[in-house]
Design a protein around this ligand. Structure first.
Ligand code: ZN
Length: 484
């Protein structure tokens, strides 16, 4: 045991005595180390790292911010040089090249930057708060604008579709970004219906006769013809003379209501002298188309012989002498307000508007409510065919339904045609009346020569046992055959 320790000690002390080989070995080691380092440096590559990666996406219009790059060789840092740029307001792909050099070694890396448009266009709807779409009607476009961040105004590319109360607007930009917006159509109706009365605002009814409704139309902007919805109420009483009101009211589906009224005047008809039992026949002298400047003279002649006649008056030219006619005990009767064939025979409504207008004029002027009438041209006229086929067939019924009595004639004085002198008129009349039990004589008091014939006609009639009388609703009507 003691011997072993001694040997080790001896070996140790031997090494300390030879230091030169250790220095040499250290130098060799260092050399090897340097060689290894040089070899490592000469074989290593410069490492280049791009922050943000090799491919980047930038939204169109947004600025491109360079994320940078770093380079190193082993544990040495190297400088990075970049080349290339990105134009952010132009779509496309851009390349940026990064390079770093060290110890004569260069590494180059590329970055791809894509400038893209992923922003959808914006559709702005124009809306007017006071604009409504009528129920059941087509929506009227209030307007819209489509704007895109890249393409600009693309309103003209908008596609529109209407379905089930909604308008759909669709647009796509050049990059394929799509936008759809919707508009809910607001349906409403704020306009009241239009209620129009046919016939006159005031209707005259002889006591005891029915009021015949001349008709009405109700048109609504949304619903069209809603005449059937009109409610008619009245306090009319046919048995008591007085003024009554007919109220017409119509309401549309949105509660808009319209109300109009019409007046009914109930009045006793003019009283006529009863006709006695004539020895010969009865002659009803009738005068159309007046009054005129010859009427007063005619009234004087009639008065002189106490002869009553009938005046079918026309509403034009001032219609003078109505009071004188009524005061003389003659019958005031309706011929026409305008006597314009093309107007009055255009349709039934036009005819009755004209008829009631002249009836009202006579009533206003004289207080006489007359229901006696004669059609311009007579009921047999064919002229009306030019304006409305079949209208005489219908009117002759319609006037009677409305309480009028129409008269034609069975003795024509021809003062509107062949007869041009008082003598011719006189001859035509007495030839026509001869041997007739009832003569309804047609004359026109607008022709002086016809008026001139009247005194001789009366003298002839009285001398031959005839009686002269004014027409009443019960007199012979001398109706003609209808030709239209
Ligand atoms: Zn006439």
């Amino acid at each position: 045991m003691d011997d072993t320790i001694a040997r080790r000690r001896s070996r140790h002390s031997r090494k300390k005595t030879r230091p030169v080989p250790y220095v040499l070995a250290g130098g060799i080691a260092l050399l090897i180390l340097i060689i290894v380092a040089v070899v490592a440096l000469s074989t290593a590559q410069v490492k280049l790292v791009l922050a943000g990666g090799g491919e980047m996406t930038v939204e169109y219009g947004q600025p491109y911010t360079e994320p940078g790059a770093s380079a190193s060789l082993l544990f040495f840092k190297a400088d990075v040089v970049s080349q290339g740029e990105v134009t952010a307001d132009k779509l496309g792909s851009y390349k940026i090249t990064y390079s770093a050099s060290f110890f004569g070694k260069t590494t180059t890396v590329e970055r791809k930057v894509n400038v893209v448009d992923t922003t959808a266009p914006v559709i702005t709807l124009i809306h007017n708060d006071n604009a409504f779409t009528l129920p059941g009607h087509t929506y009227e476009e209030e307007g819209f604008v489509a704007e895109d961040n890249h393409d600009g105004d693309i309103t003209d590319r908008v596609q529109r579709m209407v379905d089930n109360g909604i308008v759909y607007y669709y647009v796509k930009d050049d990059s394929g970004n799509e936008t759809t917006v919707e508009r809910k159509i607001v349906y409403n109706d704020i306009t009241a219906p239009e209620l129009t009365l046919k016939g006159n605002a005031t209707v005259y009814v002889v006591t005891g006769k029915d009021f015949v409704e001349p008709g009405y139309t109700a048109i609504d902007d949304a619903e069209g013809d809603i005449s059937a919805k009109v409610e008619v109420t009245t306090d009319f009483n046919k048995n008591t003379p007085g003024t009554y009101t007919v109220t017409y009211k119509v309401t549309d589906n949105y509660g808009n209501a319209t109300e109009v009224t019409r007046k009914i005047v109930v009045s006793n008809a003019q009283q006529q002298q009863p006709v006695g039992d004539p020895v010969g026949g009865v002659i009803y002298l009738t005068f159309d188309d007046g009054p005129s400047q010859h009427t007063l003279r005619l009234l004087e002649v009639l008065d002189k012989y106490d002869v009553k006649a009938t005046f079918f008056v026309v509403g034009t030219a001032g219609i003078g002498y109505l009071d004188e006619i009524a005061a003389g005990g003659h019958a005031l009767a309706i011929h026409s307000n305008t006597h314009e064939y093309s107007e009055i025979y255009a349709n039934e409504d036009a005819f009755f508007a004209d008829l009631y207008a002249i009836q009202e004029k006579i009533y206003q002027r004289t207080g006489v409510l007359t229901t006696l009438m004669r059609f311009p041209g007579g009921s047999s006229n064919a002229i009306s065919k030019n304006y409305n086929v079949g209208i005489m067939t219908r009117l002759t019924k319609a006037v009677e339904e409305r309480g009028f009595t129409y008269f034609d004639w069975n003795v024509d004085s021809k003062d509107a045609g062949g007869a041009k002198t008082a003598d011719e008129v006189y001859q035509n009349v007495i030839n026509g009346c001869r041997n007739k039990k009832a003569s309804v004589v047609l004359q026109h008091d607008i022709h002086g020569y016809s008026v001139d014939a009247v005194e001789r006609i009366i003298q002839w009639g009285l001398a031959n046992g005839y009686t002269f009388a004014a027409l009443t609703p019960d007199s012979p009507t001398a109706h003609h055959p209808i030709n239209n």
